[in-house]
Design a protein around this ligand. Structure first.
Ligand SMILES: Nc1nc2c(ncn2[C@@H]2O[C@H](COP(=O)(O)OP(=O)(O)OP(=O)(O)O)[C@@H](O)[C@H]2O)c(=O)[nH]1
Ligand SMILES: [Mg+2]
Length: 310
C-alpha cells in the first residue's frame, strides 16, 4: 500500500475520486477568482456560498471569511490567487488536527470495533483494513458481530477468504456479545495482532442498536483490558449533513476514537471532512475512495487538499 508505485497509483485514484468535489468546489473558486481582478465584498460573498454548497459547514466558512477579511485589511491579499492559496492553507491547518493515523502496538490483540449506520461501508472497510494490515505483516482476525442479518455474516466471510484472515462467527440471531467473547479468547490463543469486529448498522430500533453496541463494547473490556482499543466510526461522505449528525449521535452514545470517511469517490461533498475536523475532535484514520481492496488510504491532510486542488 505504501510503496512508490502503489503510492503513485493511489494518488491518481485519489485525484480521480475527488473529481466530483473538485468540480463542485475548486472549479467554482477558480472561476470566481479568475473572473475578478480585485478582492471585493462580492468576492467574499461568492466564496461563502461556494464553501457552504461544498458542505464545509458554517463554522469553518465564517472563520475563514473573517480571516480573509483581516488579511485583506492588512494588504496581505494582493490578488485573488493569494486568496486561493490562503484557502488551501486554511484547509490543511484544520485537517492537520485530525491527522492521527492508527498505530498498532506489538503486544496484541489490538481490538478495533467498527460502528456505523447501515450501508455506510463498515464491512467493506473492514475487508480493506484487513488487507492493509496483512500486507504490513500483521495477523488479522475478523469477527461477525452483525448477527442481525444472515447476509452480513456471509459478506464478511467472503472478505475473510479474500484477505486470508480467519473469521469468528456464530449463527444469525446469536448474541453479538457472545461472538466477541469467543473472538477475544480465540485471538489471544492464536496470538493475533489485530481483531476487527463488524457490528450491525440497524436493529429493530435505534435504542436497541445503541444498547447492543454498548453491551458488546463492555463485554470486550471485561475480557481484555483496554478493549475495544479503537472504536471506529464509518461515515458515508455522500450523506453530507447526515454524516455529521451520525457522528455526534454515535459519539455521545458509545464514544468514538476514530473515523473513516467512505465513498469520497461518489460525491461532491468532500468538504464534509472539513466539518468533521472542525466540529468533532476525533481523528480521521482512513478515507475510502472506491469499492476495491486498495481503495482505502491512511488519511493525510496535505495529500487530501493537494489532490482536491490539483
Ligand atoms: N464507491 C464506493 N463504494 C463503497 C465504498 N465503501 C463501501 N462502498 C460500497 O457501499 C456499499 C455498502 O457497503 P457495506 O460495506 O456493505 O456497508 P455496511 O456499513 O457494512 O452495511 P450494513 O452491514 O448493511 O450496515 C457496498 O456496495 C460497498 O461496495 C467507497 O469508499 N466507495
Ligand atoms: Mg455490513
Amino acid at each position: 500500500m505504501e510503496d512508490n508505485n502503489n503510492k503513485e497509483n493511489f494518488l491518481k485514484r485519489l485525484k480521480q475520486g475527488l473529481s466530483r468535489t473538485r468540480k463542485g468546489f475548486v472549479k467554482n473558486v477558480d472561476e470566481m477568482v479568475f473572473g475578478e481582478k480585485v478582492i471585493s465584498r462580492d468576492l467574499f460573498n461568492d466564496l461563502e456560498e461556494i464553501l457552504i454548497m461544498a458542505d464545509m459547514g458554517p463554522a469553518f466558512t465564517y472563520d475563514l471569511i473573517e480571516e480573509m477579511k483581516e488579511c485583506a485589511k492588512r494588504n496581505e491579499l494582493q490578488n485573488p490567487g493569494a486568496l486561493k492559496q490562503l484557502l488551501k492553507n486554511y484547509m490543511i491547518n484544520i485537517l492537520k488536527e485530525s491527522e492521527k493515523p492508527l498505530c498498532i502496538p506489538h503486544n496484541g490483540p489490538y481490538t478495533i470495533m467498527v460502528l456505523g449506520a447501515n450501508g455506510t461501508g463498515k464491512t467493506t472497510t473492514i475487508g480493506k483494513m484487513a488487507s492493509h494490515f496483512s500486507k504490513a505483516g500483521m495477523s488479522v482476525m475478523l469477527v461477525a458481530a452483525d448477527t442481525f442479518r444472515a447476509a452480513a455474516i456471509e459478506q464478511l466471510e467472503i472478505w475473510s477468504q479474500r484477505v486470508n484472515a480467519p473469521l469468528i462467527k456464530q449463527k444469525m440471531g446469536a448474541d453479538p456479545s457472545a461472538v466477541v467473547f469467543d473472538a477475544i479468547h480465540a485471538a489471544q490463543s492464536k496470538k493475533s495482532d489485530v481483531l476487527i469486529i463488524d457490528t450491525a448498522g440497524r436493529l429493530h430500533t435505534k435504542v436497541n442498536l445503541m444498547e447492543e453496541l454498548k453491551k458488546t463494547s463492555r463485554i470486550m473490556g471485561r475480557e481484555l483490558e483496554g478493549a475495544p482499543h479503537e472504536t471506529l466510526l464509518v461515515l458515508d461522505a455522500t450523506t453530507g449533513q447526515n454524516a455529521i449528525s451520525q457522528a455526534k449521535m454515535f459519539h455521545e452514545e458509545i464514544g468514538v476514537t476514530g473515523i473513516v470517511i467512505t465513498k469520497l469517490d461518489g460525491t461532491a461533498k468532500g468538504g464534509i471532512l472539513i466539518r468533521i475536523a472542525r466540529e468533532m475532535s476525533i481523528p480521521i484514520r482512513y478515507i475510502g475512495i472506491g469499492e476495491g481492496l486498495d481503495d482505502l488510504r491512511v488519511f493525510k491532510s496535505e495529500e487530501f487538499v493537494n489532490a482536491l486542488f490539483e
